[in-house]
Design a protein around this ligand. Structure first.
Ligand code: AMP
Length: 287
């Protein structure tokens, strides 16, 4: 696997591939790679001639300094994992390659309500930073296909909107959420869970499975209220638990009002913030 640290070197290699008519798949990550990330890379490898992964812990999308500081970083292990699955190239840039000093690359798009709800309420500035780094990385890599996880459902929705607004000719591919055997969604942040919190964290998944079983007989409001109670009883601190339309991210009151219904949750497990979601109804082609 080729490891690029400089934009110019990566661009040179990509240009050679493009001239040779190769398609390029791109999976942006923040590292501490797990099976969820690798699943996206495998999907890229299956559909594209060249697969590129980026690892960049993007400072502009962290709204808490402590979260940025403690975010797990393990580049050597990540490189070994990507080599095991024969990934073609890794982009592992220092901050100044992504954000050259003196250049303002901030994305200032209007996402309507998409970035105001759920995560947007609790992580001010997060989606602005996320959009900025994704656009910057897309401008560097210029892939044919972009691979992102359903795990970060609101992020994916906002990226889809950004691609539409910018009229970027890239196909967004949604990878399903990879879970631990007990249902906990894989996440780099799981490494920071205490053993006690790791033991109770699967209750997030259990409440969503409960929501699926209750659907469509029990109202969304009742499902959410019961889930919040269950999470709190287990020792988690839920920030939101919402059943939303999968396109607008607005709360669903009557299930019949929407063809695509998703339950989304964020909760603190000790000092680790976990998010997850599950589709209750419909799953239109995401790109
Ligand atoms: P991150 O490194 O957390 O920024 O995630 C990089 C990409 O991997 C994002 O598109 C995530 O949605 C995706 N991802 C994270 N966790 C999972 C998972 N458990 N299953 C599938 N994709 C995931």
């Amino acid at each position: 696997m080729l490891v690029f640290k400089k934009v110019s070197d990566l661009r040179f290699w990509l240009q050679e591939a493009r001239v040779a008519g190769k398609t390029i798949g791109f999976t942006p990550t923040m590292g501490a790679l797990h099976e969820g990330h690798l699943g996206l890379v495998r999907a890229s490898q299956a559909a594209c001639d060249r697969s590129v992964v980026s690892i960049f812990v993007n400072p502009t999308q962290f709204n808490q300094a402590a979260d940025l500081e403690t975010y797990p970083r393990m580049p050597d292990q990540d490189i070994a994992l990507l080599e095991q699955i024969s990934c073609d190239a890794l982009f592992l840039p220092p901050v100044e390659e992504v954000y050259p000093p003196g250049e303002d690359l901030t994305v200032r798009l209007d996402f309507g309500l998409l970035d105001q709800v759920m995560e947007g309420r609790f992580r001010p500035g997060h989606f602005g930073g996320m959009a900025t780094v994704v656009k910057r990385l897309l401008d560097i890599v210029q892939p044919d296909r972009l691979y992102m996880g359903q795990k970060d459902f609101q992020q994916l929705t906002i990226v889809r909107d950004m691609l539409y607004q910018l009229n970027y000719p890239v196909k967004l591919v949604m990878g399903s959420t990879t879970r631990e055997p007990d249902g906990l969604a894989m996440s780099s942040r799981n490494l920071r869970l205490t053993p006690e919190m790791r033991a109770v964290a699967p209750v997030l998944y259990q409440t969503m499975e409960g929501a699926k079983k209750a659907f469509p007989h029990t109202s969304a409001a009742d499902v959410c209220a019961a889930a919040v109670r269950r999470l709190e009883a287990a020792g988690l601190k839920p920030e939101y638990y919402e059943i939303v339309d999968g396109i607008t991210l607005q709360p669903v009151v009557q299930y019949t009002d929407s063809t695509f219904v998703v339950v989304c949750v964020a909760a603190w497990a000790g000092d680790v913030r976990l998010i997850d979601n599950m589709v209750l109804k419909g799953a239109p082609e995401m790109a």
